[in-house]
Design a protein around this ligand. Sequence first.
Ligand code: GDP
Length: 326
Amino acid sequence: MDIGAMAGAILACDRRALARGITLIESARPDHREQAVELISALRASGRQALRLGLSGTPGVGKSTFIEAFGMNLAETGKKIAVLAVDPSSARSGGSILGDKTRMEQLSRHPNAYIRPSPSQAHMGGVARRTREAVALCEAAGFDLVLIETVGVGQSETMVAEICDVFLLLMAPAGGDELQGVKRGIMEMADMILVNKADGDLLATATRTVADYAGALRLLRKRAQDPEGFPKAMPVSAYSGAGLDKAWDEMTRLATWRKDQGHWARRRSEQAAHWFGEEVRHGLLSVLEREPAKGILARLGAQVAAGEATPEAAARQMMQALGRPA
Ligand code: GDP
């Protein structure tokens, strides 16, 4: 594979090259990994940056419908938008790759949009790396906005929050009891809570839900990287389109403010440092999964289990075997 040519094609926003590039970064083969690292390094020079938008919400809340409507609005105004789904397909109801593709039918056909369904890979470390690298590829291809979609199942939110610039939580209109069920940690990650389905019979409930969330958000400590009024709750309707423009205005207001204040750059460098640490940890773990470390680990583990060595002494021996004094 000619990585230089692939990088050139991605920089020219060649969709097929972008798709091939993402397939390359998803591969676990060591030679592919090497090429993927080379590709990302080659693309880095472009210096292009998109607004990275994280979107989370439980199945059925209307994520696909929202992305379709929101994305179409932006695509129609000339913005280039890439959508990356994070979760393994098994995490979404009936979500095969095909199902993913047809979820945003109009948007997937729009010349300004690119939709990449999630790979059927369950390992969170792998998903995180794949998402981060796919974002980098989309940025290099010149997309203005990269939307990272995740199903609200906990672990993936934290990972997406470590990748994106602005994190959105999509919620359904609900009674007060259900509101209690939102995990505090997830609320704290959200820059904006969008209460979807604010239309028809659900409008009144949605309005009340927005007020409930707004109240809950006010109770959370205000963060230094937030301008006045953030984090905030707003009603939207993916069906009628109501509130979508306003939500976009608020997202860009937040992003611009953070850029002007230096928070954006700081956040990105902190994220880069975080992912460097994760990659190193990931690398060390994979050393333990391969020979000779794997065999030594099994042998020492058996000794500990048999009472022939203490956990401490065995761990020390393991570290020494890896060439590191404990
Ligand atoms: P996802 O699982 O989060 O991707 O949710 P979907 O986009 O598949 O939507 C789940 C259900 O909610 C579907 O039946 C949609 O038609 C419905 N839905 C989505 N957005 C809206 C909306 O703005 N208003 C109403 N009333 N229903 C919606």
